[in-house]
Each structure stands twice: as structure tokens, then as C-alpha cells.
Write a protein that binds this ligand. Structure first.
Ligand code: SF4
Ligand code: SF4
Length: 694
């Protein structure tokens, strides 16, 4: 009875403190903005796969397995902890034994997992304290973070020791009439710690000791978690459930900007939709924690500080300040600082500080290539680039605080429809200069004809000297195969995809609405493009603006032609050449297309090799997210050098690419390394064209 009373008091105290903490955190959530949650069945699937199946953790199998063991172990031993609470409250002993065979099973695997988790935690401690793994370091990893992590590991270690201790002394105290099956504890009692000399009273004492210390450590742990990085123990499963369902490359639309742009493009709409013009304008983007969505805040609370995101971040790898883990930790810390004041004094509370600048510097934000490697790697599906872009939106749209080179790019797109200073009349020069005849949409429409495909050339394909060659080789293939296509020619304008990723949403949407109008005027149904950035925005982002088209990257189109037997390569011009493919981020991670370009390359006789970072692990070339148009932030190295070193490591003769930005970067890398004589950089379309002898 005394045990029951003491336990009930301790339990209620624990619940009370936890309830208080939870209510404070709930109040912070109320300060944030909405995040739409749809498609529950799909979310359940993701939760089962990523959270319970630990699939992302297994991307690095060895460490992943150890971590998964700890996660699954926690799930399993929670059954025993629940029984302890019931026993403590109702004075029962092994209350769940009524479950019979299932109880035996749960006790048995709980006993086995206690040992496995114990071993895994010892390995984790050795890794943290002795091996000094790089991803556990970084400017954001203050001493307190390290102490926090080590204390949590020690607490878990003790939970497993006490669980085994409980099982051992329970078994020892009831050798003939125990409930459940304890294979590990039984083995330890019978073969490792023979306890013939231990009396029943002593066994009972130690059983009670481990029982109480186990449950008290759980209660303390549960109340300490919300103040520690190990809050992810509670938060990671819901965070995975609420994770974004869209492809990684898609940015969320800013509806408020769409309304403004529509009004700018059609002022008459202001009269037909007066409410839209009168609506109060909210701050654009994210300046501080009241601007984030509740999902952003949940992300920050769920972050385990594991550093997997930072360890694959091309900016961080090459010595720039940006660390995606820090973005999450800063968001959490800022809410902890400002949240209590906003709860008391209202959302308008101003302490003259903000998340952007006081916590996260402009330098960090502009270093991001939006490559999505961080989001791909995060075991609990946190999406850092979308928050980074929101902060860039604030910087540009509220403060006009973008780097100068980006402003030049914006101005060029606005003035002449291209990121560089080329007039629209030059848009078809890439073909004319080489005497290549290309069908143009307007001409065909004039004759009452409609092609099957619109080939979108893109600004780099039209103006970049190196990539103009790719445009030429690609249309040579189309002409050779008599594909029914046309280009827009002088009517084509830049998608401003880079401007969007650099925070200039207004410009992006103005271009987008115009382009969709053009597409619709020609009744375009199918689009092919060599540019993965434009491919991504047409495919994933245009539907938000009513533009629904069948979009193919040229690698997918070539793959299709090869599969249909329309392209047969028998020449051996690349025979014996070691060809490596560099995955463009906006084709690969952003849209999950890894095989199409590889299938195209496989159709060309040559030696295919892979860089150690390939497919979803591929390192960015360094040009995405607007970086193509500006100097890189200060660091130890350029990203393209780091990437070309991957290709050199596998002794590639040819670095094949399928993106204009990657082409520029890989070419620069080859030049930087003085490897122009023995290392070439081709687009896959060029290789097909050369192999066909076109
Ligand atoms: S998107 Fe790429 S560059 Fe940006 S933070 Fe993530 S990993 Fe780093
Ligand atoms: S954001 Fe994800 S990958 Fe990065 S430290 Fe946090 S949990 Fe780990």
C-alpha cells in the first residue's frame, strides 16, 4: 500500500510538470502560422516507413542499424514501462500477464532488446567521447549540446541496465514461478552471475531498487526531454507524420503574391475582386519566429542534432558558414527566447532582435544552393531549404537585401526576359548561327499546325556559349528522328526559377503567369526541356498557377526513344572511355530521376563508373538556388572543385551531365584542375548525337 501511495504521488507530480511544460509549448505553437495537412492515408504510410521502419536511418547501414535498434528497443520496452505504471498505481504485480502468450513474447523481446540497446548505447558513447566524429562538431554544437547528448545516452544506458537488473532479480527471486520469458536475464543468472548465495530477501531488495530507479529515471527523463535535444523521442513520429508530401524541389506558393501579381497584370481585376485588393498584407517571408508555420516549429523541436544534414551540405563541406542543423537549432532557441514574452504580451512583442540576423546571418542564408541534400538525409523528414527560402523571401521582398549580383540577374529578367543582358531577338541565334532549322511555334500556328511537343530551350540553352551547343545537339537528334516539335523562339522568356529560389517571388510569379498564358495560347500539352530547374518548376510548381502540362526532362525523352528502339547506337567513339554521371540536384533529389540519364549512357558503348557520392547522395555542383549568378560565400573551397575531385577520384575521362548549370560548374572544375586535355564534360544529348554521328 505504501508503495502504491508513494508511486501515485510521484506519478502525479510527473504528469503535472509534464502537463505544465506541454501547455507552454502548445502556447508557442499558437503563435505560428498555419500549415495545411491533407492526405492522411499517405501520411500514415510515410510514418510507418520512415518513423517506424527507420528507412532513412538505414541509408548509412551500420550506424543506422544501431540507431534503429535503439528506436525499436524503446518501442518494445515501453510495453514493460506501461505495465510498471499500472502495477504502481493499482498495487498489482505484472498486471499484463493476463495477455498470456503475447505477454511472454513481449517480455522476451524486451529482455533481448535491453541487451542490444545497451550495447548500441555503449558504442554511441565511445563514438561521441573517443572517436570525435566530424558531424558532431560545428559552430552550433556548444558544450551544453554535447553534455545534453551524453547525459541522455547515460540515462538510456541506465534504463537498460536497470531493466536487465529488474529481470535478473525477478527471475532469481521467483526461480520456479515467474511470469514471462527472459532469455537474456536467465542466461546471465545461469551462466554469468551465478547467485546461489543471494537470499530471497536480497533479491527482492535489488528487484525493488531497480524497479524504482528505472521508473524514476523514466519520469525524470520524460520531464527533462522538452528542454533537451532528446525531445525528438516524443516529437519525431508526429514530425514524420506531418512531413511534406510534395517532391523536394517544389517550393510553396505565396498566395498573397499571386493576388498582387494578378492585379498588376490585370488592373481591371481590382474592380471584379475588390476584396483581394483590400486584404491586409502580411509580412513576406520569415523574419522571426512568429512568421514560421507550426510545422517549421515542430521541425525545430524534433531535430535530434544528429548533424546528418550538415554532413552532406555542400556549403558546409566546403567551409561556408551555413549549417542546416544550426537553422533548426536557432529556430528552436529563438522561440524559447521570444515565445514566453509573446505569450504574455502578445504577438507584437518586440525585443529588437529577430531570427534573421541575430541568430541566422545573411551570409548563411545566401550560401544555400537549395540542393536538398539536407532534407534528403534528415531521418525525420525535416525540410530546411523551404525555411531558408522563406528567410530569403523576407530579405529580398521586405528589405531589398539581396546580394548585388542577384539584383542584376533580377533586373535583367525583368527588362529583357533573360538573366543576362541578351535581347529577346537573340533567342534563336543558337540555332541560326549553326545553320540548324528549328520549327517555331508561332510559324506553325500561322499555318494552322500544332506540334506534339514544345521544346523549352531555357535561357542557358539560348545564351550560354557552352550550353548552346547542347541545344543544337538535342534538336539534331529530334530532327534526325523526325519528332514533331517546335520551340517558342523569341517568345520564350526566363522562368525566373533562380529568382524564386533567391527570394524574388514577385518576379517569378510574373514570369510564370506570362509563360502559362503563352503555353495556353498554343494549346501546349507536352513539354521537353534540357534544364532540370525549368523541368522542376513546370512539373511541380506550375500546377499551383493553373498550368498543368506533361513535362519531360530530355534524359527521360531520350530514355523513352531508346526503349522504343528509335535510337540505336553502334559506333564506338566512346569505347573504353570511363564515363561518370554527375546527378543534377533538380533532376535527382528534387524529382527522384536517377535512372533515365544512366539508361541513356548505358546505350552508348563505354565504361560506366560512379562517383562515391551518387544518385540521392550526389554532391551539388554549387550553382543552384541562385548561386549560378553570384560569387560563392567565403569558405575553404569552391563546391565545384569538391565535386570535380569526386570525378577525378574515379579516373573519369568524361563527366556526363544533364543540366546547364552543372555543365558550367563541371567545366570550371576541369579547368581549375588543369585537366582539359584528358577530361571532357558532355551533356548526355551531346554524347547521343556524337554517337549517332549527327
Ligand atoms: S539545401 Fe543544400 S546547400 Fe542548402 S542547406 Fe541544404 S544541403 Fe546545404
Ligand atoms: S535537421 Fe534532421 S538531419 Fe539535421 S541535425 Fe536535425 S534531425 Fe539531424
Amino acid at each position: 500500500m505504501t508503495k502504491q501511495i508513494v508511486f501515485t504521488i510521484v506519478f502525479l507530480l510527473t504528469l503535472g510538470i509534464f502537463g505544465y511544460t506541454a501547455s507552454r509549448i502548445a502556447a508557442y505553437f499558437k503563435l505560428t502560422k498555419p500549415f495545411p495537412v491533407k492526405d492522411i492515408p499517405k501520411r500514415i504510410g510515410i510514418m510507418l516507413k520512415v518513423a517506424f521502419g527507420q528507412t532513412k536511418i538505414f541509408r548509412f547501414p551500420l550506424v543506422g542499424f544501431a540507431h534503429a535498434l535503439v528506436f525499436w528497443g524503446f518501442m518494445i520496452v515501453a510495453f514493460g514501462s506501461l505495465e510498471m505504471i499500472v502495477d504502481g498505481l493499482f498495487g498489482t504485480e505484472r498486471a499484463f500477464k493476463v495477455l498470456g502468450g503475447f505477454y511472454d513474447f513481449m517480455m522476451a523481446i524486451g529482455d533481448v532488446f535491453a541487451l542490444l540497446v545497451l550495447v548500441a548505447i555503449i558504442a554511441f558513447l565511445i563514438r561521441r567521447l573517443v572517436l570525435h566524429i566530424k558531424r558532431f562538431k560545428g559552430i552550433e554544437m556548444k558544450k551544453i549540446s554535447k553534455i545534453d547528448a551524453n547525459l541522455a545516452l547515460l540515462a538510456i544506458l541506465y534504463l537498460m541496465v536497470s531493466l536487465l537488473g529488474m529481470n535478473i532479480f525477478y527471475y532469481f527471486g521467483h526461480p520456479d514461478h515467474y511470469e514471462g520469458i527472459f532469455p537474456v536475464s536467465k542466461f546471465l543468472v545461469e551462466h554469468v552471475f551465478p547467485m546461489q548465495s543471494v537470499s530471497e530477501n536480497t533479491a527482492h531488495f535489488w528487484y525493488e531498487f531497480f524497479w524504482w530507479s528505472h521508473i524514476v529515471v523514466i519520469f525524470i527523463f520524460a520531464n527533462a526531454l522538452p528542454y533537451s535535444k532528446h525531445f525528438h523521442v516524443f516529437m519525431s513520429i508526429p514530425n514524420v507524420f506531418f512531413s511534406r508530401l510534395e517532391p523536394l524541389g517544389k517550393l510553396y506558393n505565396m498566395e498573397s503574391v499571386t493576388k498582387e501579381v494578378k492585379l498588376m497584370m490585370d488592373p481591371d481585376a481590382a474592380f471584379s475582386e475588390p476584396a483581394a485588393a483590400d486584404e491586409p498584407v502580411e509580412r513576406f517571408g520569415v523574419k522571426d519566429v512568429e512568421d514560421i508555420t507550426w510545422k517549421n516549429y515542430l521541425d525545430s523541436l524534433s531535430c535530434t542534432e544528429c548533424g546528418r544534414c550538415t554532413s552532406v551540405c555542400p556549403a558546409n563541406i566546403t567551409g561556408k558558414l551555413l549549417s542546416p542543423r544550426k537553422i533548426m537549432m536557432d529556430t528552436r532557441a529563438r522561440m524559447k527566447e521570444k515565445g514566453p514574452h509573446m505569450v504574455k504580451e502578445g504577438k507584437d512583442y518586440d525585443d529588437q532582435k529577430s531570427l534573421v540576423r541575430n541568430y541566422i546571418s545573411e551570409e548563411e542564408l545566401w550560401a544555400c544552393t537549395t540542393c536538398n541534400a539536407c532534407a534528403q538525409e534528415c531521418p525525420i523528414n525535416i525540410n530546411h531549404p523551404s525555411l531558408i527560402v522563406e528567410m530569403r523571401r523576407y530579405l529580398f521582398m521586405e528589405e531589398s537585401a539581396a546580394p548585388g549580383e542577384l539584383n542584376t540577374m533580377f533586373a535583367n529578367i525583368e527588362n529583357n526576359g533573360a538573366p543576362w543582358q541578351y535581347p529577346p531577338e537573340d533567342r534563336l541565334k543558337w540555332a541560326g548561327e549553326a545553320g540548324i532549322k528549328v520549327p517555331v511555334m508561332a510559324d506553325l500556328a500561322g499555318k494552322g499546325e500544332k506540334p506534339e511537343y514544345l521544346v523549352w530551350i531555357g535561357s542557358a540553352g539560348a545564351f550560354d556559349d557552352r550550353y548552346k551547343k547542347v541545344s543544337r545537339e538535342f534538336v539534331k537528334i529530334l530532327n534526325h528522328l523526325k519528332i514533331n516539335y517546335a520551340v517558342l523562339g523569341e517568345e520564350e522568356i526566363d522562368t525566373a526559377d533562380s529568382a524564386r529560389r533567391a527570394g524574388n517571388e514577385m518576379l517569378y510569379q510574373m514570369q510564370t503567369l506570362q509563360i502559362i498564358e503563352i503555353f495556353k495560347s498554343y494549346d501546349v500539352k507536352k513539354i521537353i526541356t534540357c534544364d532540370p530547374h525549368d523541368f522542376n518548376t513546370f512539373k511541380n510548381e506550375y500546377p499551383d498557377f493553373g498550368g498543368n502540362f506533361e513535362v519531360m526532362h530530355h534524359s527521360q525523352f531520350l530514355q523513352k526513344l531508346i526503349a522504343e528502339g528509335k535510337i540505336n547506337i553502334s559506333t564506338d567513339i566512346f569505347d573504353g572511355k570511363r564515363v561518370v554521371f554527375h546527378d543534377p540536384c533538380y533532376l535527382g533529389r528534387a524529382n527522384g530521376e536517377y535512372e533515365a540519364p544512366r539508361d541513356v549512357l548505358k546505350a552508348i558503348p563505354s565504361v560506366h563508373v560512379e562517383m562515391h557520392r551518387n544518385r540521392s547522395f550526389a554532391l551539388c555542383c554549387g550553382a543552384g538556388g541562385g548561386q549560378m549568378f553570384k560569387e560563392a560565400e567565403k569558405g575553404e573551397k569552391e563546391i565545384f572543385i569538391e565535386r570535380i575531385e569526386d570525378a577525378i577520384e574515379v579516373e573519369a575521362d568524361i563527366v556526363a551531365t544533364a543540366c546547364p548549370f552543372c555543365m558550367v560548374m563541371m567545366t570550371d572544375g576541369i579547368k581549375y584542375k588543369n585537366r582539359e586535355d584528358d577530361m571532357k564534360n558532355y551533356d548526355i544529348a551531346e554524347m547521343v548525337s556524337m554517337a549517332l554521328g549527327l
